[in-house]
Design a protein around this ligand. Structure first.
Ligand SMILES: Nc1ncnc2c1ncn2[C@@H]1O[C@H](COP(=O)(O)OP(=O)(O)OP(=O)(O)O)[C@@H](O)[C@H]1O
Length: 432
C-alpha cells in the first residue's frame, strides 16, 4: 500500500472567539491525499477551508490531531508545500523576476541557479518578456501567474491553492485554469499533488480528481467524491453535469449547516443569512415560473450567481419553508406557491407567518417587547443574548437582520427596540 503524501489524522481546530473560548472550527478531520491527486475542498462560507489549508501548510497548528507528510509528522512549516493565495500576495516594489525568486529565498542555491530556475518558471507560467515588470503594470490574471510561479519555483511536492481564481474575471480565470491543468496533466511540473480550496463546484469538477465537501459550525468532512472523468472535460456532458448536480445537492443538505451532535437545538439561535428581500422574492417567483422541480445548479448558472451568493438565498427560502430541496432539486411548497401568487399586502402577511413559525427567536423578541409596559427595550439587552451565541460582529449582524432599522418584527428607536408590524416588508434585508 502506498503511503499517503499528506495525511490528516483527527484534526480539530479551536479558536477563541471574542465572547466564547475554544470554539470548534474544524472537528475530527481525517484525510489521505496521495501522489498524483488534484483535490478540491468545498464548503459553505466561513466553514474552515482556509484554516484547513493553513494547517496542512504548517502555518497554523491544529488544536488536536496531526498532519503527516510522507508518513512523518509535521511540527512546524511543512517543507513540501508551496502556496498560492486568492489575493496574489505579491510585493509591489519587486519585479516579476524578484517576486518569483523570493520563492527560493531559503534554498541553498547559488544566485545564478536561482536566476535560471526563476526564468524557467516565468516562461512556464506564460510571463516570458515580463520579467522586469512591476505588479501594478500587470493584469489580475498575470499577477496570479506570478503568484503561481513563486509557488512552483520551489518545486513543491504539494501545491496548496486558496481560491486561486476567484479574484479574476471569468475569461481570465478559465484561461489560467486551463494552463495550470496543462502543466499538471502533462507533468511539466514536479508537483506531486495539488489541494485547492474553491467556492465553485464547476471548477472543482473541471479540475480535480476528488472533491471533499465540508460542513460548517464546525467543519467535518461530509463527502469525499471521486471524479474519474478523463481530461479535458466537457462541461456540457451528462457525466459532468450530474457530478455538479450531486455536489450541489450535498452542499444544500441541511446537515451541511450544522452537524455537531453536541449542539442543544433548543438552546441555540439559528444563524440567519442576510439576503436582500428583493432577491428572496424574485427567487421564489422564478421557481414558480420555471415549473415543478428545478435543478439548483442550472438555476445558479442561469442566474450567473456565485455559490457563496446563491447558497444563502437557497438556505433562506428553505428555512422559511417557501421551498424544499431534495437531491439538488428545489420545489416550491404550497406556501411558496401562495406567496408567489399573492398581492404585495398578502405577501407581507405570509412572510410574517413564516418568520414567526420558523425563526423562533423572532417570536421571543416580539414577546419581550410586547410584555414591557412601554413596549421598549434597550438594544444592549438583545445584544447580550445574541453574543452568547455568536461573536460580537456576527451577533450585531444577526440582530440587525431580525430587528433591522427598516421595518421587521422590532424597530429601533434611538438605542431602543419597539415592536413594529412585522408585516412591513424589509427594504434592505429579509429575515432569512
Ligand atoms: N486566527 C483566527 N482567530 C480566530 N478565529 C479565526 C481565525 N482564523 C479563522 N477563524 C475563524 O474560523 C472560521 C473559519 O474561517 P476560514 O477562513 O478558515 O473559513 P473559509 O471556509 O475559508 O471561509 P471563506 O469561504 O469565507 O473563505 C471563521 O469563523 C473565522 O472567523
Amino acid at each position: 500500500m502506498t503511503t499517503a503524501l499528506i495525511e490528516l489524522k483527527q484534526i480539530t481546530k479551536r479558536y477563541d472567539q471574542p465572547k466564547q473560548a475554544n470554539v470548534s472550527i474544524l472537528e475530527d478531520i481525517n484525510l489521505q491525499i496521495k501522489e498524483g491527486e488534484l483535490v478540491s475542498i468545498l464548503g459553505p462560507s466561513g466553514s474552515g477551508k482556509s484554516t484547513l489549508l493553513r494547517i496542512i501548510a504548517g502555518l497554523v497548528p491544529p488544536s488536536q490531531g496531526s498532519v503527516l507528510y510522507n508518513g512523518q509528522e509535521i511540527t512546524g512549516t511543512n517543507p513540501g508545500v508551496g502556496m498560492v493565495f486568492q489575493s496574489f500576495a505579491l510585493f509591489p516594489w519587486l519585479t516579476v523576476l524578484e517576486n518569483v525568486k523570493l520563492g527560493l529565498e531559503n534554498k541553498p542555491l547559488r544566485e545564478a541557479d536561482k536566476m535560471r530556475k526563476a526564468l524557467a518558471v516565468i516562461d512556464m507560467v506564460g510571463l516570458d518578456g515580463f520579467e522586469g515588470a512591476y505588479p501594478k503594470e500587470l493584469s489580475g490574471g498575470m499577477r496570479q501567474r506570478v503568484g503561481i510561479g513563486r509557488a512552483l519555483v520551489m518545486e513543491p511536492d504539494i501545491l496548496l491553492m486558496d481560491e486561486p481564481f476567484s479574484a479574476l474575471d471569468v475569461l481570465t480565470a478559465e484561461n489560467l485554469k486551463r494552463d495550470l491543468l496543462e502543466l499538471w496533466t502533462e507533468r511539466q511540473i514536479p508537483t506531486k499533488c495539488i489541494i485547492m480550496v474553491t467556492h465553485s463546484i464547476e471548477e472543482a469538477v473541471y479540475m480535480s480528481d476528488r472533491a471533499i465537501v465540508l460542513s460548517r459550525d464546525p467543519a467535518r468532512v461530509i463527502s469525499d467524491i471521486p471524479i474519474a472523468l478523463p481530461h479535458w472535460r466537457d462541461k456540457q456532458e451528462p457525466q459532468f453535469t450530474s457530478l455538479v448536480d450531486r455536489i450541489y445537492s450535498i452542499l444544500t443538505q441541511r446537515e451541511v449547516k450544522s452537524t455537531d451532535p453536541n449542539i442543544e437545538k433548543n438552546n441555540t439561535i439559528e444563524k440567519i443569512q442576510p439576503v436582500p428581500a428583493g432577491a428572496l422574492t424574485g427567487f421564489i417567483e422564478l421557481i414558480q415560473d420555471l415549473g415543478q422541480q428545478v435543478d439548483l445548479y442550472k438555476l445558479a448558472d442561469q442566474l450567473s450567481l456565485k455559490l457563496e451568493d446563491f447558497l444563502p438565498i437557497v438556505e433562506a427560502v428553505e428555512m422559511l419553508q417557501f421551498a424544499t430541496i431534495l437531491q439538488g432539486d428545489i420545489e416550491l411548497t404550497e406556501v411558496g406557491h401562495q406567496f408567489a401568487d399573492a398581492s404585495v399586502l398578502l405577501r407581507k402577511e405570509i412572510f410574517k407567518t413564516q418568520v414567526l413559525e420558523h425563526v423562533p427567536i423572532m417570536d421571543k423578541i416580539i414577546w419581550i417587547l410586547q410584555s414591557k409596559s412601554n413596549n421598549k427595550m434597550e438594544r444592549a439587552f438583545f445584544v447580550e443574548i445574541f453574543e452568547k451565541h455568536f461573536e460580537a460582529e456576527e451577533a450585531a449582524l444577526q440582530l440587525d437582520i431580525l430587528c433591522c432599522r427598516n421595518g421587521s418584527g422590532a424597530r429601533v428607536y434611538g438605542r431602543h427596540y419597539r415592536p413594529s408590524r412585522l408585516s412591513e416588508a424589509r427594504s434592505r434585508t429579509a429575515a432569512c
